[in-house]
Design a protein. Structure first.
Length: 324
C-alpha cells in the first residue's frame, strides 16, 4: 500500500505539473506563426525605418514579420483592427502620439489608447523641420512670422490627419509665433511633399527624411527645427534658438493590445534593441535623418506618460477639443 501511495502521489504531481510544462513550451515556441505590424500611415514614410528593423530581426531570428497598412480616421482603423485581432503578440500596432490622446480626439472614443494598449518598443524620436515653399517671399523664421502677421489667414499649412497630435502641434506653434495660418489635412507625408513642391501648400512641419531632397534641390526652404539640431541639416537652428518657445519631437513605436503576455513583449523589445545596434541598420537609419530610439518597455511607458500629460495640458490651455 505504501508503494501504491507513493506512485499515486508521483502521478498526481506529474499531472499537476503538465499545464505548467505546456505553458512554458508554448511561451518558448513563440512565435509559432507570422507577426503582423499594422501601420496607420501610407507606405514610404515613417515605415521605412520600421522595415530596416524588421528585416534585420527576420534575418537574425527567422521570424516572419509582415507590414500591413490600414490608413484612415487618424489611426483608428489600424488600432481597432489590432484590438480585434487578439492579445497574443502576433498582431501589433505601429504607433505614434495619437494613440495616447484618444481622450481629447473624440467625444466617445472607440477605445482608450492609454489603457487598451501596452507599449513594446520606441523605434525613434526626432525633431521635425519647419519649411516653406520656395515661392514664398521669406528667407528666415523672422521674416516668415512678420509675413504671416501682415497677411492673417492668407497662408496655409499641411499636416497628416484631420485631427490628432499634428493638428494640436500646429495650433500650438501658431500660438507661440502669434500668427494665424489655415490648416489643411493630408493623408500622408508623400502628398504633402508634392503639394509643397507644386506651391499648393505654403508651409508644413515634417520629418527631415520626407523633405531633405526637396530642401537640397531648393524646391522648398527650411526655416527651423522643432527641437535640437539635425545631423542632415547641421546649420539649421531650432525654433527655440530663434526665440520661439516651442519644442516638438515626433516619435513612432510598437504597441500591443493590453493583456498581451510578457513573453512576446519582452522578446520583441529585445530583438528590436538588438537590431538597432547593428552597424548596418544604424547607418541606414541615421541616413534617413532619424534618431534610433531603443530602451526597455518601462522606459517607453514613462516617456509616454510625460507626453500624454503635456499634450492633454496643451489641449486644455488652447481650448481645443480635436474631435470637434
Amino acid at each position: 500500500m505504501r508503494h501504491s501511495s507513493v506512485a499515486l502521489n508521483s502521478i498526481a504531481a506529474l499531472l499537476c505539473a503538465m499545464p505548467l510544462v505546456a505553458l512554458a513550451q508554448a511561451n518558448s515556441a513563440w512565435p509559432a506563426k507570422p507577426i503582423t505590424i499594422v501601420a496607420p500611415n501610407s507606405p514610404g514614410g515613417t515605415d521605412v525605418g520600421l522595415r530596416l528593423h524588421t528585416n534585420a530581426i527576420s534575418a537574425n531570428t527567422r521570424w516572419p514579420i509582415v507590414l500591413d497598412f490600414k490608413v484612415g480616421a487618424d489611426g483608428q482603423i489600424a488600432a481597432n483592427y489590432v484590438l480585434r485581432s487578439g492579445a497574443d503578440g502576433y498582431t501589433l500596432l505601429f504607433s505614434s502620439t495619437n494613440l495616447i490622446l484618444t481622450e481629447i480626439m473624440e467625444e466617445k472614443p472607440p477605445y482608450d489608447g492609454w489603457k487598451d494598449f501596452t507599449p513594446v518598443y520606441q523605434l525613434s524620436r526626432n525633431p521635425l523641420v519647419l519649411v516653406v515653399k520656395s515661392g514664398l517671399p521669406v528667407k528666415s523664421l523672422k521674416e516668415y512670422i512678420a509675413y504671416a502677421k501682415a497677411n492673417p489667414g492668407k497662408l496655409n499649412y499641411g499636416m497628416i490627419g484631420l485631427s490628432g497630435i499634428n493638428r494640436l502641434a500646429g495650433e500650438l506653434l501658431q500660438s507661440q509665433m502669434g500668427v494665424k495660418v489655415t490648416f489643411v489635412p493630408y493623408k500622408g507625408s508623400a502628398p504633402i511633399g508634392i503639394a509643397m513642391e507644386s506651391g499648393e501648400l505654403d508651409t508644413t512641419v515634417q520629418a527631415v527624411r520626407n523633405l531633405k531632397n526637396a530642401i537640397t534641390a531648393g524646391k522648398i526652404r527650411a526655416l527651423a527645427t522643432t527641437g535640437g539640431r539635425i545631423s542632415e541639416l547641421p546649420d539649421l537652428p531650432s525654433l527655440s534658438e530663434q526665440g520661439v518657445d516651442f519644442e516638438y519631437y515626433g516619435w513612432v513605436g510598437i504597441h500591443a493590445p493590453a493583456g498581451t503576455p510578457a513573453t512576446p513583449i519582452n522578446m520583441l523589445n529585445a530583438e528590436f534593441n538588438k537590431a538597432a545596434k547593428q552597424p548596418d541598420v544604424l547607418a541606414k537609419f541615421e541616413a534617413l535623418g532619424d534618431n534610433v530610439g531603443g530602451g526597455s518597455v518601462d522606459d517607453f511607458r514613462k516617456y509616454l506618460a510625460v507626453q500624454r500629460d503635456r499634450w492633454v495640458g496643451v489641449s486644455q490651455k488652447l481650448g481645443i477639443k480635436l474631435g470637434n
